[in-house]
Design a protein around this ligand. Sequence first.
Ligand code: COA
Length: 173
Amino acid sequence: MSLRDIQEEDLELMLSWRNHPSVRSSMFSQSTIELQQHQAWFSREAKKDDSAWLFFVDENDIPAGVVYFTDMDRTANHAFWGFYAAPDAPPGTGTKMGVEALDYFFQALGFHKLNAEVLERNQRSQRFHQKLGFQTEGVFRDHYMGGSGYESVTRFGLLNGEWSAHRHKLLLG
Ligand SMILES: CC(C)(COP(=O)(O)OP(=O)(O)OC[C@H]1O[C@@H](n2cnc3c(N)ncnc32)[C@H](O)[C@@H]1OP(=O)(O)O)[C@@H](O)C(=O)NCCC(=O)NCCS
């Protein structure tokens, strides 16, 4: 299991996951994306030094998800993250990807804090963040306007020291 940089040739597979209804409906931008639009966006994104887009590769060397860090701020030493598992990935994939990503972010990159924003309807992601040890830091009421009207957004945060303590509990079960 590992994380690796996303290459040009990964973009079609990445887009097929991103456009899948189960992923698209969890995102802040929910419209279907065209391949050309995705390629142009990625070439801009790849040039930025405050974001990182990674493929999660499972124990059989099969790409099984995407994880990304954005707004990486080296002064405050924090960033935001997002992720999606391949829609056909087996249960448990998200947790494995989360552990790899948090180890990379806190241990390899040495950041102090990771932030996340999750839509109210996305209970799966809310529970996922709690499982990984994130604390709820606040709720932005009616903060997002989607297809089904206004939705609140929960802000989560996880500190470097909290992850060190929590990962032991998580991995011990
Ligand atoms: C969030 C996501 C990565 C989780 O991946 P996954 O492979 O289902 O994760 P796991 O099977 O390891 O489950 C991890 C935890 O997520 C939560 N979870 C998973 N499926 C759930 C479901 N159907 N309902 C409620 N909680 C669920 C649980 O807390 C679960 O832990 P548990 O099994 O110990 O109870 C995946 O559902 C996904 O890609 N969702 C769409 C994209 C998305 O929401 N991205 C985040 C935007 S903020």
